[in-house]
Design a protein around this ligand. Sequence first.
Ligand SMILES: [Zn+2]
Length: 270
Amino acid sequence: MFSETRTRRLTAADVGGWDADKLRYGINEIYARGGYDFATPEIKDIFMRLPWYRDRVVIGRSQDEAARHLSPLENANLEFLHVSAKPVYVRPIKLHLAAIGFLIGATIAQSLDADPASEKSGKQCCVCIDPGHPSENNDGGAVTNGLREVTMNWEVALLLCDELEKDGMKVVMTKKSEGEFITNKDRAAIANESDADLFLRLHADAGKSTWFTIYYPRKEGTVHGVTGPSKDVRQSSAAAANQFHTAFAAAPTTALKETKTHSLAAGRER
Ligand SMILES: [Zn+2]
């Protein structure tokens, strides 16, 4: 259907008129060319009608493995389609920052929905917010400029929750109260179990800097015997981080100055 995804670099002009279904199909078709064994039976059925897919599919092949059987051009187009398919995250965050003008360091990781084929058609967008601390590493209780980090993270999370819910999104929080102790592992588990589209970790740096930093997972790593995140999650996280960065940098406050996004190996914990 989209042979051009194999022959040339897609541009914004190409996909400007594509709706979510068409973008999703384009993504799936590229994975299909790499022999991906779709986890969603309905999607697999669609491609099994095509002789070229029946020749290519390898039973049990993951998306990451399929991507390794694609050309650099196809991988670049895949990443571009992923970015194009996820514009939803910019607006509410930007509005929120404009409203509160706070200084936040945020760690972003997409929830582990590895199959773009099953991706949320018609489902309410869900964001999991993780207000930083107290955890096994740090209680967040140190007072800086008259404020404890754990308090600031919690209050920002409540404001953000309100803003996102006003925009019709579902919000899941990793804590029920400011002082609730949750380990980093449990925070990740709560985000995964919520089937969130986006996992957003809120922290506030203690230094004198008035800048901001956004972290996202760039590499695969192994922690607690679990390896991840998948390539799809890493690509989505990079796209979300860049969108957040653009929104933060545009926030109309002199207190919030631009630095840059930083990538992070999976599993490193604050
Ligand atoms: Zn922190």
